[in-house]
Ligand binder design. Structure first.
Ligand code: PYR
Length: 500
């Protein structure tokens, strides 16, 4: 006999205030009154659903176990008798109609030929809120654009007549085999863009020998992702450090126990940047559902998704904490978000196993430099101290990578591998797991061609002499416009949607 309490809709609805707040999530009823002030996304969003079913709002933002791990068992009140809950008729908005139309008319996957295609499809087929969160960058979005432009300021110096019949772009990353010199970098909230969220990445990575970095703020729970992986699949973990270090300790040790192979601690986000496209989406209170006490608790409505999910991040994180991380895990520790030679030296001397030169996809400090530009400065400074090259200290770069040719430039300049975030995210938002598999295949095709044309048969043959990076740190380079050519040049077009 089960002794689970069954509650009715009216019973739950009687608890709809700040002082007494129950909500329904996935058919279960929770008393969240005491939890309200602790909710990372603020109280207002919960109060909107006080006494009601919050599943629709909860689902894309939280891993399924977020509520059960954060609420004490006595706050789990029972299950809801679904027949007693008034059905919420979700109005199909004009935006949703438009989105569904584009979704039905997506370009066939075999017409997708580069990473930009995924981005242009994703832009149409995900919600405006998801697009704003994913695509946005901080302030004037100068760094996100610079991330692309930096790669275009580096030019190749290809070598010829080297018998490039066989080329091999496989490598090892932190001692683990990878079929590409690329890993899937952490991006948050995958279910905002696709119902299966990050699992699309995990399953595709499994099929192609690619390494995935799991995000602390993934929509799928950590365990769901690890459960979806193959037994020998390499996974890394991106870590946002919690103000409550006990939560972080447990999370890291659980990850290690479950076989995660490296810990990437994000060090460039003591606070998430102001992403204005995201902020304009008015994450809190924008869907016309219950307006319970909205605006009364001082939580501004213009915080955006980023602010709503990130208040737990500890801004006090410092170099002093590195020994503590080493004491709680044997996983290699990599600092993600190094932006200067000075900090690269400190990282090396702190005894971590690697660094990611990154500006967080342009989402943090605007006008921070590109990872590629930082790479040149960092390798020179480390080399001068005898710290580079060192097989026990790997250097990664991320931000703006859309082509294998970008990756080859970073590798020639000393990176061990390159992180790719948004392109894989857009690939699964547009086509699920198959999209990610296609993205990997495109990278493969591009590696084959570019390595042949560059005269590098293996990753080891990529050397600094194969690139001219002399203009990299010149943020304004005079390039005269070829007007006559420009008038007749037809810009490349994205993949075409089917006619409706
Ligand atoms: C971001 O929004 O950039 C996070 O890392 C969560």
């Amino acid at each position: 006999m089960s002794d689970v309490r069954v509650l009715t809709g009216p019973e739950v609805a009687a608890h709809a205030s700040r002082d007494d707040c129950w909500i329904i999530v996935h058919g279960k009823v929770y008393d969240v009154t005491e939890f309200l002030p602790e909710h990372p996304g603020g109280q207002a969003i919960i109060l909107k659903y006080a006494g009601k079913d919050a599943t629709v709002a909860y689902e894309p933002i939280h891993p399924p176990d977020a509520i059960t791990t954060n609420l004490r068992p006595e706050k789990h009140l029972g299950v809801i008798d679904a027949s007693t809950v008034a059905k919420v008729v979700q109005e199909v908005t004009e935006e949703e109609k438009r989105r569904q139309k584009f979704l039905a008319a997506r370009p066939p996957l075999d017409s997708i030929i580069n990473m930009h295609d995924f981005e242009s499809v994703a832009r149409q087929v995900i919600t405006e809120k998801a697009w704003a969160y994913y695509s946005s960058a901080s302030d004037d979005e100068i760094t996100i654009r610079e991330n692309r432009m930096a790669y275009q300021r580096v030019w190749f110096r290809p070598r010829i007549l080297r018998d490039v019949t066989v080329v091999d772009w496989s490598t090892t990353i932190l001692g683990h085999k990878s079929s590409l010199p690329v890993y899937i970098s952490a991006t948050a909230l995958g279910k905002l863009g696709h119902p299966e969220g990050e699992l699309c990445l995990t399953r595709a990575a499994a099929n192609h020998g690619v390494i995935q970095m799991i995000a602390t703020l993934a929509s799928c729970s950590f365990d769901e992702i690890v459960d979806a992986a193959k037994p020998d699949q390499t996974l890394y973990l991106q870590l946002y450090v919690n103000k409550d270090r006990e939560i972080t300790r447990k999370y890291v040790q659980h990850a290690e126990k479950r076989g995660v192979k490296a810990l990437f601690i994000t060090v460039d986000a003591p606070q998430l940047g102001r992403r204005e496209k995201d902020m304009r989406m008015k994450f809190v209170g924008d869907d016309g559902v219950a307006k319970v006490q909205e605006g009364q608790d001082g939580v501004k409505k213009d915080q955006g998704v980023a602010r709503a999910i990130s208040s737990f991040i500890d801004p006090s994180l410092s170099w002093k904490d590195i020994p503590w991380f080493k004491s709680i895990t044997k996983m290699p520790i990599i600092l993600k978000g190094i932006a200067t030679a000075e900090d690269a030296i400190l990282a090396y001397e702190a005894g971590v196993q690697g660094i990611v030169l990154s500006n967080h996809g342009g989402r943090q400090l605007d006008t921070a430099r590109s990872g590629l530009e930082i790479l040149v400065e960092v390798t020179a400074a480390l080399r001068a101290r005898g710290y580079f090259p060192d097989p026990k200290f790997e250097i990664f770069v991320d931000g703006g990578v859309r082509r294998a040719s970008d990756v080859l430039k970073a590798l020639a300049l000393g990176a061990k591998a390159v992180g790719v975030g948004r392109p894989f995210l857009y690939a699964f938002c547009s086509y699920g797991q198959e999209g990610v598999e296609k993205a990997i295949q495109i990278f493969r095709d591009e590696f084959e061609m570019n390595m042949r044309l560059l005269g590098a048969r293996t990753i080891d043959e990529l050397v600094p002499e194969m690139v001219d990076a002399s203009a990299l740190s010149s943020h304004i380079v005079m390039t005269p416009q070829d007007n006559l050519f420009q008038q007749t040049y037809q810009p490349l077009a994205g993949a075409k949607f089917n006619e409706s």
